[in-house]
Design a protein around this ligand. Structure first.
Ligand SMILES: [Zn+2]
Length: 198
């Protein structure tokens, strides 16, 4: 039987994404045998990161200051907005390195079965941006699963207005997966080969 404090630590660690019970146990046993100064430092950087990071009030990206550096960058094309599901998807597209526009994070996909309705997503915020920014094209970069398709079609209808092109990245991303599984070349091609929605 493990001491209570170790059991508690394992339980907390196993709630992290990608950390199964075995990994949680291994990390916990490693931490309790590590020099306490190093463990304290790890705890401090976790707390500091959590305290400093916020969502950009414009695009929804993770940032230390709002608006974020992408929204604030005058060299980027403000007429082109790429709509992604989650803040981390921005990192995938930025790694691909070919997109020069700005972003908008939806915060999820429409999924009635999971209780996610359009009003739970940052769609009203996007409509507000359409009124305030010189946006000419919206590129929807959602995954190619049922929810991604439904959300893309919903957005194409709801956002339709004259002078605005709405496109979706070309299929070529692995079906049913998110952007993080696409390699950089695939992602660049998917963006370049985007198709206008009707
Ligand atoms: Zn931003």
């Amino acid at each position: 039987m493990l001491p209570d404090s170790i059991t508690t630590l394992i339980a907390a660690l196993s709630k992290l994404p990608g950390v199964g019970p075995r990994s949680a146990e291994r990390i916990a046993l490693h931490l309790v045998q590590t020099e306490s100064g190093i463990v304290k430092q790890l705890a401090d950087v976790i707390v500091t990161a959590r305290e400093r990071i916020q969502f950009c009030t414009t695009c929804g990206a993770l940032t230390e200051k709002s608006p974020c550096s992408i929204c604030d960058d005058a060299r980027r094309d403000g007429s082109l907005i790429c709509v992604v599901e989650r803040a981390v998807d921005i990192l995938s597209i930025e790694k691909a390195g070919t997109f020069r526009g700005k972003f908008h994070v939806l915060g999820g996909k429409i999924s009635p079965l999971d209780g996610v309705e359009p009003e739970d997503l940052r769609i009203a915020e996007l409509e507000k941006r359409l009124g305030a920014e010189p946006i000419k094209e919206i590129v929807i970069a959602l995954s190619t699963d049922v929810e991604g398709d439904a959300t893309s079609n919903y957005l194409a209808k709801r956002l339709a207005r004259s002078g605005l092109k709405i496109s979706r990245i070309a299929y070529g991303l692995p079906a049913g997966s998110g952007l993080e599984f696409a390699d950089e070349l695939t992602l660049s091609r998917a963006l370049e080969g985007r198709r206008e929605m009707h």
